[in-house]
Ligand binder design. Structure first.
Ligand code: ZN
Length: 154
């Protein structure tokens, strides 16, 4: 575990132990499920969209520290955002954790804590699972069917 030490920063540890916005959301009108075969992370993401804006976001499921912390921070980050803003955040976060050239953490706030994940390819899927699930939830129809988020191969 020691080589993963850099990943387990205080923020990630905190959110993995005490995930925010954890549990079902009665008022959800978007829902998607994600599964990371590689690690066994599994989560359900609930969104309440008011018009074009994410009014509420909650999640439940079971996974490793990285996936849980990522989902927890995601629910905080997307609340109040428009769909376009949430999608833009997904793209920026994905670029950061996959180590794409030119990617930087500016504008990502707390999500920047996951920058170190790009050095651990197996962990990228853990960090990005909730975001792929968000992408599915935003793309789905109202009351939408559960969608298994694609597992990133990048
Ligand atoms: Zn994981």
């Amino acid at each position: 575990m020691s080589q993963l030490g850099d990943l387990y920063q205080e923020l990630i540890l905190d959110h993995s132990k005490r995930p925010r916005n954890f549990g079902p959301l009665e008022s959800a009108n978007r829902r998607a499920e994600g599964f990371n075969r590689l690690c066994g992370d599994r989560l359900t993401l609930y969104l309440q969209l008011d018009g074009d804006r994410v009014a509420k976001a909650r999640f439940e499921g079971a996974g490793c520290a990285i996936s849980t912390a990522s989902a927890s921070l995601l629910t905080e980050a997307v609340q109040g955002k428009t769909r376009a803003e949430a999608e833009a955040l997904f793209q920026r976060f994905h670029a950061l954790v996959t180590g794409q050239p030119g990617a930087d953490a500016s504008g990502l706030g707390k999500l920047a804590a996951f920058a170190g994940v790009s050095e651990y390819p197996a962990r990228v899927k853990c960090a990005s699972l909730a975001w792929h699930t968000l992408h599915s939830a935003l793309a789905g129809d109202a009351g939408g069917a559960a969608v298994t988020a694609p597992v990133s191969t990048e």
